[in-house]
Design a protein around this ligand. Structure first.
Ligand code: CP
Length: 314
């Protein structure tokens, strides 16, 4: 059954795990309509007029925070950005106390990035405002997976039946988890590749083939998605050196040649050039890395609109 325009109204977006394939399709279809707003001379629609959205980021972000803010402004919402470093968090205020105080100002939605897996779930138990997970620890980053799916669908016309190779630091990646869940729900053939030390347990159960061979992952792939080596989340040595990691797992033009001739190259950013991806590949003709950023605005507009009750006339 196809999801109706109000299927997500009033819900939180905590992870891809909570969405059906039809609901994912609804978000992607809505994002197509939202993308057109960016082409207008006046890039604004009144859909969220009178709604207040708070962006609360406890971890650094360039793409996600700014594209949520652009999306909110294009929908005419009132937007507040909380700079955690200059808030009372530095005096020891807890996440729940911080959010309960923000809630006292009656926001409609809170976009949360936090270093702890499950932070959004915790807040959803105590908040009236809808929570949108903008990345929680090593758990999920649902809007990233949605914008990745949108970009793949835009380029390939479909998700079902595509071979998608995801290569990099799988162990620490919330982007990986959300993408494996989403792409396997939508019928793609997902291959995940990393050194053995960077492969999380149970990945096959989420729906991915797992390999330590880049050649096996990339051969015949329609999509090659590279993931960042997350040095800031690593304690101890997971591989001998960055140079050796690049030699064995880095995406080079020679390795790209194993993929289909029309394969696209993706990366959620920020990139470590010369570590997980060569600059010739990141900046090459098959790269859609900046398209992912462009599409992030449309996808986040769609999410905000649908959670706010899109299509119910308010
Ligand atoms: N892809 C992504 O989440 O990037 P930021 O950390 O810059 O938001």
């Amino acid at each position: 059954m196809t999801a109706t325009a109000t299927a997500l109204a009033g819900r939180h977006l905590l992870g891809i795990a909570d969405l059906t394939a039809d609901e994912i399709g609804l978000i992607l279809d809505t994002a197509e309509a939202m993308k057109e707003v960016a082409e207008r001379p006046i890039k604004k629609v009144p859909a969220l007029r009178g709604k207040t959205v708070i962006n609360l980021f406890y971890e650094p972000s360039t793409r996600t925070r700014t594209s949520f803010e652009v999306a909110e402004k294009r929908l005419s919402a009132d937007t507040l950005n909380i700079a955690v470093a200059t808030s009372s968090v530095v005096k020891g205020e807890t996440l729940i106390d911080t959010v309960l105080n923000l809630e006292a100002m009656h926001p409609d939605m809170i976009v949360l990035r936090h270093a702890s897996s499950g932070a959004g779930h915790l807040l959803s138990k105590v908040c009236r405002a809808r929570i949108i997970n903008a990345g929680d620890g090593m758990h999920e980053h649902p809007t990233q997976a949605l914008l990745d799916a949108f970009t793949i669908r835009e380029r390939k016309g479909r998700l079902a039946g595509l071979k998608v190779a995801i290569i990099g630091d799988l162990l620490h990646s919330r982007v990986l988890r959300s993408n494996v869940l989403l792409l396997s729900k939508m019928g793609a053939d997902v291959w995940a590749c990393a050194p053995p030390t960077l492969i999380p347990r149970g990945l096959e159960r989420l729906g991915a083939h797992v390999t330590t061979s880049v050649d096996e992952a990339v051969r015949g792939a329609d999509v090659v998605m590279m993931l960042r080596i997350q040095l800031e989340r690593m304690e101890g040595n997971f591989f001998p050196s960055l140079r050796e990691y690049f030699n064995v797992f880095g995406m080079t033009p020679e390795r790209v040649a194993l993929a289909r001739e029309d394969a696209i190259i993706m990366h959620p950013g920020p990139m470590n050039r010369g570590v997980e991806i060569a600059s010739e590949v990141a900046d090459g003709p098959r790269s859609v890395i900046l398209d992912q950023v462009t599409n992030g605005v449309a996808v986040r507009m769609a999410v905000l609109y649908l959670l706010a009750g899109g299509g119910d006339g308010d």
